[in-house]
Ligand binder design. Structure first.
Ligand code: GLN
Length: 534
């Protein structure tokens, strides 16, 4: 028999960047220990997925086990809900229109005029209902991207409004996240933007059941009363979404204010949050007793969101070691151009990360950083491009292969130690064509990698087109570079490491994507522990 799925729709108002994804994930977190919560994110853009977008504009592209390239909010969902998400849970208008066009060409709408309403809205609604059924969801948590009033999200809002009719008033609630500013000079919390944003939502037929006011400080009783009165919600259903030192405290803040009771009453479900271990780890974050500095050397450092999962993975390590981890963002294009000195920028850092990346800008700077870490025995973690450049550095400076490089950066070089994957050579189309998603790696017995994972095999997520060129495997290994993890067929290098170094490891995968507060990524925890020991 089909479950009586409950639906929670989360919208945002006033301005973007208020943390709607984290707020939705935090609600999910409270519900997920007793209920099966399936998150969905609806994005208004016409790209099929964020895979073809610049991370400096859109933030990190998150990759799922199934190879889906999805909105970075899925990082929050996975970290807060402890669930492996699926690509279909991220709708974009690009995907929606593609499906509608397919249906139209097939003749599914024969004789009719295909319109935004009802055809697009019906399609979106059907996707909600089908996903709920397919996943046997207790709760479908739907986050609508952008801010109410954005043209590109209107059809999602409309579909979410119509959903109420379909599933019945007892089975759906609407949560609206707004902004409560404290203008300087006035020095009090202002509710007007919230009132106006709720007005806009109502014009679209949605009356919120819960309002979360993002504010610098806890919402005053007076403001809560005002919002409740003007927006016609229960006073108990107005919550503070306060600025916090880290996002993991948000579920606790919601719980303290009685959100569990409000949701369980409105939806008629029993919710039993299980926050014991979570609280303990947050306690550690609030009581750090030591400090290290980690340099993240990349080229998208202008927007920290480009490396969101790396930041989170390090925070997870902080919670497990009680070490405060200061991040030193090093823009390798500035090292490369000589605008900054590598030695000065890396002075005193306890560990170095080279994250993933694309294109040649900044790579010479990164290669110099690898050399610095290798020679000065600074704990080092290379991720994806970080592995590839560690191989280039080793080939150039240890194997004496002058001119070694990746063909991504220079297709005419003498020693292409990193080259396109064989299956990539004929690929012309850019979107969704990389080696994407979870792959199994076999780890060498006794290797650092196998010790860190406590296992001889591991599944991590990938997103790349290039790999270590098999024609150079022997030369690199003979010169002392250990291939500590290989793909299942033994052909692709997945992990490399060095002996005679306190911690030098790199992987072709992106282990940061599976890190969570409860289970930090082993390669990151290893790095932090090595930095602490040193
Ligand atoms: N640009 C490299 C490749 O495509 C690395 C990609 C990455 O770091 N995610 O193989």
């Amino acid at each position: 028999m089909q479950k009586n799925t409950k639906f929670i729709v989360v919208t945002g108002g006033v301005l973007s960047g208020l943390g709607k994804g984290v707020a939705a994930a935090s609600i999910g977190n409270l519900l997920s220990s007793s209920l099966k919560v399936i998150p969905m994110k609806l994005d208004g853009y016409l790209n099929t997925d964020p895979g073809t977008m610049n991370p400096v504009e859109h933030g990190e592209v998150f990759v799922l086990d199934d190879g889906g390239e999805v909105d970075m909010d899925f990082g929050h969902y996975e970290r807060f809900l402890d669930t492996a998400c699926k690509r279909e849970w991220n709708l974009t208008m690009g995907k929606v229109y593609e499906r509608i066009r397919e249906k139209e060409r097939r003749g599914d709408y024969l004789g009719r005029t295909v319109q935004m309403i009802p055809h697009v809205t019906d399609f979106v609604k059907e996707t909600f209902l089908e996903t709920a059924k397919k996943e046997d969801a207790d709760v479908l948590l739907i986050e609508i991207g952008g801010t109410v009033g954005d043209i590109e999200n209107e059809l999602y809002i409309k579909a979410a409004q119509q959903l109420k009719k379909e599933v019945g008033v007892k089975n759906i609630i609407y949560v609206h996240l707004t902004y409560v500013p404290i203008p300087s000079g006035v020095n009090e919390q202002k509710s007007k933007p919230t009132q106006q944003s709720v007005d806009m939502l109502r014009q679209r037929g949605i009356q919120p059941d819960i309002i979360i006011g993002r504010c610098k400080t806890k919402l005053d009783q007076k403001v809560k009363e005002k919002i409740a009165l003007f927006c016609d919600v229960d006073e108990r259903a107005v919550f503070t979404g306060k600025d916090l030192p880290h996002v993991y405290s948000l579920p606790l803040l919601f719980e303290e204010q009685g959100m569990v009771e409000v949701i369980s009453q409105k939806l008629g479900v029993e919710i039993k949050p299980n926050l014991g271990l979570w609280k303990l780890l947050i306690d550690n974050l609030d009581n750090q007793d030591k400090q290290i500095t980690v340099a993240v050397c990349g080229k998208y450092t202008k927007l920290e969101d480009s490396y969101a999962s790396i930041k989170e993975a390090l925070l997870h390590c902080s919670a497990h070691t009680k070490a405060k981890i200061k991040l030193n963002w090093v823009d390798t294009t500035r090292i490369e151009s000589g605008a900054e000195s590598l030695e000065e920028r890396l002075e005193g850092v306890n560990a170095i990360i080279i994250p993933g990346g694309f294109g040649s800008r900044g790579t010479e700077g990164k290669i110099n950083v690898v050399r610095y870490a290798r020679e000065n025995k600074i704990p080092f973690l290379g991720i994806c491009l970080g592995l590839q450049l560690a191989v280039v550095e080793y080939a150039r400076n240890v194997c004496n292969l002058a001119g070694a490089h990746s063909t991504e950066m220079d297709s005419t070089i003498a020693h292409p130690v990193v080259d396109l994957l064989p299956e990539q050579k004929s690929v012309k189309q850019k979107g969704g064509t990389m080696r994407l998603g979870a792959y199994k790696a076999t780890l060498a017995q006794g290797s650092l990698a196998s010790r860190l994972y406590h296992s001889s095999e591991v599944w991590e997520r990938h997103r790349h087109r290039y790999e270590v060129n098999p024609s150079y495997h022997a030369r690199l290994q003979d010169a002392g570079l250990a291939f500590s993890g290989m793909s299942e067929d033994g052909l692709l290098v997945e992990f490399i490491e060095l002996e005679n170094h306190p911690y030098f490891i790199a992987t072709q995968a992106h282990p940061e994507l599976k890190s969570s507060l409860l289970k930090p990524a082993p390669l990151f925890l290893g790095l932090v522990n090595a930095a602490l020991t040193k």
